[in-house]
Ligand binder design. Sequence first.
Ligand code: F6P
Ligand code: MG
Length: 453
Amino acid sequence: MMAADQTVHGVPPSLSAKVVGSFAYLTVRDRLPTILTKVIDTIHRNKNKFFEEYGEEGIQAEKQTIGLLSKMRNELQTDKPVIPLTDSLQDAECWNQYLQKHQKLHGDQESVSWFKSPWLYVECYMYRRIHEALWLNPPISDYDVFNEGKTQSFFESQQAVMSICTHLEGVNSNIENLSKNQLFEHFNKLLQVSLWGNKCDLSISAGQDNSQKTSPIDSLVSLQPLILVNDSNTVWSTLISAQTHARSEKTTVRVDIVLDNAGFELVTDLVLADFLVSSGLAHEVHFHGKSIPWFVSDVTAHDFQWTIQQTMAANHKCMSKIGYQWKSHLKDGVWSYHDHPFWTQPNEFCDMAADAPDLYANLKGADLVLFKGDLNYRKLVGDRDWDHTVGFGTALQGFGPAPLCSLRTLKANVQVGLQPGQAEKLTSHEPDWMTCSKYAVIQFYSSKAEQKD
Ligand code: F6P
Ligand code: MG
């Protein structure tokens, strides 16, 4: 049920910072402390704001939060044991049980610690501890320490946002007259825009500006060779057969998008979702976001609503028109936003059926689930040291509530489903091809057994 540290039943070991020099090691050694330092600075910079809002209590909370975060940074840098959570939030017990199970797997000899445990676990744990530090310190418990960066990245991508909205408006204005082939072409373009939108996350750049400055549509042709696995034809045919089935059964087609980052990437996801609905390829889109601030730039309910508000309020005709359309999709229930604590737990997705059966059952209702981004990919394949030629289906280890597709730019050293020799060729030209976010995959999987409820 849980990520083991060793090879079990042919499943390779989890990536871990214990491999000195690995990307996991460098992340835990360098990038995570940098992110933590930025978090501390942001809280400190907002001291006056906390004072204005809450008086002396706000200042006290700021001090105590910084104290807890500095303590955690020290634990991380000195490879101290991972400690249980002490807040009383709904998911705290699950986290503590997860720790206990890991401790059992480690045995009595060695503690679960920052450098010796699975990278996926400790990286997720860091973000949950940031949340804990704030939560334990009312009145600033609800403060989203990543909000400034997310907002800034949205505004810095304005040109690109306007250009993609103008493009969408052009497509929508003529959508009824498009042939199936033309629809397919537009689908492909917008799927790829959403894919490359994933370059713009703030976690890989440790919070540095990483926004989209140029028109995304214009770059697609030159980016095409960088898509290492491209299953977009199968994604398309899955939607078409869902549409045919829905027509004959008088039901609806539902696409779920498991979101990743706010800012430009979220806009590209909304644009894709808009196209799916206006083309009739889908009748419902369910978005899944995070219930707490996560991995610097991930979308929360607030970011989702805020982005739609900003799009509506833009001083740009197409953008604002589209923003209003999005608002009415939400109002009419054509679009809906969901969150679930499982998305901010450290589990591999193959644990979902056992550990979050309600979420798993919910996803089963989709005709297609799109998983955005690198972290979702890591969780899909368990963040393990897979051979690159292992099939995506094998690496999913039984996870498959519905036909699914990962849209991911590569930022972590795990990649499956490649052709023999493909990885070796990439490595010989570009040793960091798995972590430089230059390459991407549109990787599809469907188990014949899955059945829509
Ligand atoms: O390794 C790079 C990293 O920070 C990972 O921790 C994480 O998987 C990823 O970037 C976040 O990227 P994304 O926003 O695409 O999930
Ligand atoms: Mg992210």
